[in-house]
Design a protein around this ligand. Structure first.
Ligand code: HEC
Ligand code: HEC
Ligand code: HEC
Ligand code: HEC
Length: 465
């Protein structure tokens, strides 16, 4: 596949936030469970069956991809040790390592492998009832994404089974961009549920920051073939749509969590995880010649000296909207600006503006889910990303990392659409890699250099049109 990998990492450091997170530990009570009222017993949710239930050698545990309908070696790919494709099977194991122990020791959360604050993302967030073969130690298992299998495990391979019938029995319709985005974002951004949020305090204790782009990350964990059979059952997947809807859903999720009192604040502070990390984590200079380490950003009216909200998804969604839903693009721009400005006023104003921006993001998710993506639309999106309106908004690391992932994804989409040959795409790989290199080390990030390398990559793609 030859996809570039975002080199997103930052210098890890143990913080001196020694105070035990006693209240937090209480709040992050048991686990992620479907809402269970008084009559939970007679309203039994489909059971989580465990990876072992999918892994039979006549099921998804074959060594060769020789299944008639699906590959059937999905288990092997999910476990692949050498690639990101196997990351979900390792998600629980990392909780036994030194880094995980440093994090939980700093926060007073006890053993990571049994800490509810970690298991919501590093294991299958299974409610009850759980089948006898369910193991938390399986990590992010098949059912974490495909849904609890109790309702459909017996019927999904029977003659006459259809995707619609499986979905009606509880299988998650991952072929739908919005459904897939909502699911991945639970762990690759966060959710309001217990155990699915990486706070700044966790990052300060050593948790890596989280970067995500729906289409690129889907490709990185891909374990199915999109053959004619798949297309007949589910339709062809569409990378441009996946990317665009992914941006809208991510922004919607950010706004919902920022507006949520339990997530948006931490003590008397706003939750720092929503803001551009390097706006606070910079060197300071006190000398006659002023050293300015930040750049003003035309899309983000926030007074100097205040941390700007991380606007990575606002920028890329603005690009998608201009091409795929131009009627909504001005509203997105206005709501984004109003949100940034409101943060400088007070929390009430910021929450109201977040709700408006969130509603616009949701409207865009719906519109982009139906917008045509063929013709020159992917080329047009590439142009907008590095064009005169959006390019000056790449002033920070997070947005820039998202920008290069967008270019990578859109180029791959052009290849899949047959608009660009594999050879031509390989020929400009070096340009894309230079753009990735400009976001390799967050501490060495320079906005001007990044914009130059992005523009060069975009010029190379434009030449293929
Ligand atoms: C919102 C979901 C979420 C929560 C909650 C969460 N994590 Fe993570 N964690 C992730 C994701 C996603 C990654 C991978 C980040 C990346 O590389 O893009 C990760 C990566 C890690 C890594 C690095 C893994 C590696 O391969 O090097 C460690 C260690 C870790 N998490 C420990 C923890 C601990 C300990 C907790 C609880 C205090 C926790 N995590 C809570 C989502 C989460
Ligand atoms: C991180 C989420 C995730 C995990 C974990 C996961 N899958 Fe998938 N799987 C997907 C996505 C996304 C697709 C592609 C969209 C689709 O067709 O549903 C997919 C596709 C498939 C397909 C092809 C479906 C078709 O119609 O052709 C099979 C079969 C499958 N997965 C089985 C498994 C099995 C078995 C496991 C566990 C060993 C597993 N998956 C783990 C997300 C996941
Ligand atoms: C239940 C939580 C959960 C869900 C749902 C989930 N992931 Fe993950 N994912 C993780 C964790 C945790 C890691 C990090 C594991 C590690 O590094 O050990 C991860 C890692 C990954 C990686 C490897 C990243 C890297 O830098 O190596 C990819 C790719 C990925 N996920 C894609 C997806 C996609 C696409 C979806 C939605 C279809 C998805 N994930 C859904 C928890 C989840
Ligand atoms: C509003 C300002 C602000 C923002 C934004 C911010 N941080 Fe912090 N960060 C702090 C403060 C304050 C500390 C605590 C410093 C101390 O303990 O001396 C800290 C501590 C840390 C530490 C521990 C440093 C150490 O020396 O132990 C890490 C790592 C970290 N932050 C990462 C991040 C990441 C990643 C982001 C973006 C997702 C981020 N921060 C966003 C203010 C911020």
């Amino acid at each position: 596949m030859g996809l570039g990998r975002p080199g997103i990492e930052f210098g890890q450091g143990a913080s001196v936030l020694g105070a035990a997170l006693a209240l937090g530990a209480l709040l992050l009570s048991l686990f992620i469970t479907p809402p269970s009222g008084a009559g939970a017993a007679d309203r039994v949710a489909p059971a989580f069956q465990g990876v072992a239930s999918c892994a039979g050698t006549t099921c998804h545990g074959r060594l060769e991809a020789d299944g008639a309908v699906v590959r059937q070696d999905e288990l092997k790919l999910w476990q692949e040790p050498s690639t990101p494709g196997g990351a979900h099977s390792r998600a629980f194991t990392v909780l036994n390592g030194t880094r995980a122990h440093q994090i939980t020791a700093t926060l007073g959360l006890g053993e990571p492998a049994s800490a509810p604050a970690c298991l919501g993302c590093h294991a299958t967030p299974a409610g009850d009832p759980r089948g006898a073969r369910f193991l938390t130690s399986d990590g992010v298992g098949c059912e974490a994404c495909h849904g609890a299998a109790g309702g459909w495990i017996a019927s999904h391979y029977s003659v006459g089974a259809s995707h619609a019938a499986n979905v009606s029995r509880g299988m998650v319709a991952l072929d739908r961009p919005a459904t897939r985005a909502a699911l991945c974002l639970d762990c690759h951004f966060g959710s309001a549920r217990n155990g699915q949020f990486v706070s700044h305090r966790m990052m300060a204790a050593g948790h890596p920051r989280i970067a995500f782009e729906l289409d690129l990350f889907s490709t990185l964990q891909l374990h199915h073939n999109e053959d004619a059979d798949y297309a007949a059952r589910k339709g062809r997947s569409d990378s441009v749509r996946m990317w665009a809807v992914g941006q809208a859903m991510a922004l919607g999720r950010e706004m919902a969590l920022f507006a949520n009192p339990a997530r948006g604040s931490e003590g008397a502070f706003p939750e720092f995880t929503f803001f551009d990390c390097h706006s606070c984590h910079r060197r300071i200079f006190d000398q006659a010649d002023r050293v300015k380490t930040w750049e003003a950003n035309p899309g983000r009216p926030i007074p100097a000296g205040m941390p700007p909200f991380n606007d990575e998804n606002m920028i890329l969604l603005a690009a998608a909207a201009r091409v795929g839903a131009p009627g909504l693009a001005p509203r997105l721009d206005a709501d984004s600006r109003a949100f940034h400005a409101a943060i400088a006023r007070d929390r009430g104003a910021a929450v109201a503006a977040a709700n408006r921006l969130g509603a616009t993001a949701n409207a865009l998710a719906a519109a982009l889910g139906n917008a045509p993506t063929g013709g020159d639309s992917a080329f047009a999106m590439v142009d907008v990303v590095a064009g005169p309106v959006l390019s000056p908004r790449f002033t920070d690391y997070e947005g820039s990392a998202q920008g290069v992932m967008a270019i990578d994804t859109l180029l791959n989409a052009l290849v899949r659409q047959g608009r660009v040959t594999t050879g031509a795409a390989a020929g400009i790989r070096a340009n894309i890699n230079r753009a990735y290199a400009a976001v390799k080390d967050p501490n060495a990030y320079r906005p001007g250099d990044f914009r130059a390398s992005l523009a060069e990559a975009v010029r190379a793609i434009r030449a293929l049109r």
